[in-house]
Design a protein around this ligand. Structure first.
Ligand code: NAG
Ligand code: NAG
Ligand code: NAG
Ligand code: NAG
Ligand code: NAG
Length: 246
């Protein structure tokens, strides 16, 4: 029902609370008829969108579609089906515009349809602090002795968890790292809601050298930082032929 990531953070007590609260909601709705299925859930921040994804343990009969309902923990409220997450075929949905309140804990209820009349339910629990932060998209262009790194951000940033999203999530900076062998160059930008693409140029690099670049959001708790895969470029003396695009 919970990802191990979430589980370790909220502990068993809250788990009981979730189950208790969920059952209370269920008893007042049609959800009580649905058998519970074992599943895991993640909340991911990807390109400034909040994506809820889930995975069912039992894969023997693949679902035809899903509908994501949700309710909140702080007060009794009937679950509502999320408009854009109704009858969807993929096991994930964008909840950016639905789950805005950073002080709230959301209880996702996923109704599973398998093409017969028997519906089942996967339920979970997500909090802002357990959000998985994916690294941003970026491009690397190598010249004779410099590298141009463009990190891509959407032109308009949605208001996720209010104005202070990065504080809520516990992230301090955006890191752009270039390395060649033992040489590491690190450029850090203090985290704020960056809109639009940003470019950083690493200068005075060694020609004829292969540089690899990784970009990531740096968490206060470093082990939570998810680093992008490396993108590499070989700096060649001749500018024309040395240009490598990704
Ligand atoms: C949740 O995240 C973990 C770690 O990133 C990953 O291994 C797992 O497959 C994800 N599960 C879902 C349902 O997205
Ligand atoms: C998985 O689902 C199938 C079909 O609903 C069921 O027959 C089977 O017992 C389930 N397996 C487990 C391990 O729950
Ligand atoms: C649903 O999706 C449409 C199209 O992507 C978007 O314009 C709209 O804001 C979404 N609604 C909600 C409530 O997320
Ligand atoms: C780096 O790339 C950006 C976008 O492609 C471009 O606008 C900029 O002029 C480039 N800077 C250098 C020094 O090449
Ligand atoms: C950001 O960069 C990408 C690819 O380099 C480009 O397609 C996009 O238009 C750029 N966005 C802005 C706002 O410049």
């Amino acid at each position: 029902m919970l990802s191990s990531h979430t589980f370790s953070n909220i502990g068993l007590l809250s788990l009981y609370l979730v189950v208790f609260v969920s059952l209370q909601f269920c008893s007042s709705s049609t959800f009580e008829e649905y058998p519970l299925e074992s599943c895991t859930m993640n909340l991911t921040l990807r390109n400034y969108r909040l994506i809820l994804s889930w995975e069912l343990k039992n894969k023997s009969v693949p679902p035809v579609h899903y509908t994501l309902w949700s309710t909140i923990m702080s007060r009794p409220e009937d679950p509502k089906a999320l408009e854009n997450c109704t009858n969807i075929m993929e096991s994930s949905c964008d909840v950016t515009d639905e789950w805005m309140d950073r002080t709230e804990n959301y209880i996702p209820l996923i109704v599973i349809y398998r093409g017969d009349s028997v519906l089942s339910l996967c339920e979970g629990f997500v909090t802002a602090t357990n959000t998985i932060i994916e690294p941003p998209e970026f491009e690397v262009i190598g010249f004779t002795d410099n590298i141009n790194v463009t990190v891509k951000f959407p032109p308009v940033i949605p208001k996720i968890f209010g104005e202070s999203m990065w504080q809520v999530l516990g992230y301090r900076s955006l890191a752009i790292k270039a390395q060649a062998g033992q040489n590491t160059l690190l450029h850090k930008l203090k985290m704020k809601n960056i809109a639009g693409n940003i470019t950083h140029v690493f200068q005075n690099l060694l020609p004829n050298t292969n540089y690899c670049v990784s970009v990531y959001f740096e968490a206060e708790n470093m082990k939570d930082s998810i680093k992008s895969p490396f993108k590499c470029t070989l700096l060649q003396p001749d500018q024309e032929s040395g240009m490598v695009r990704f």
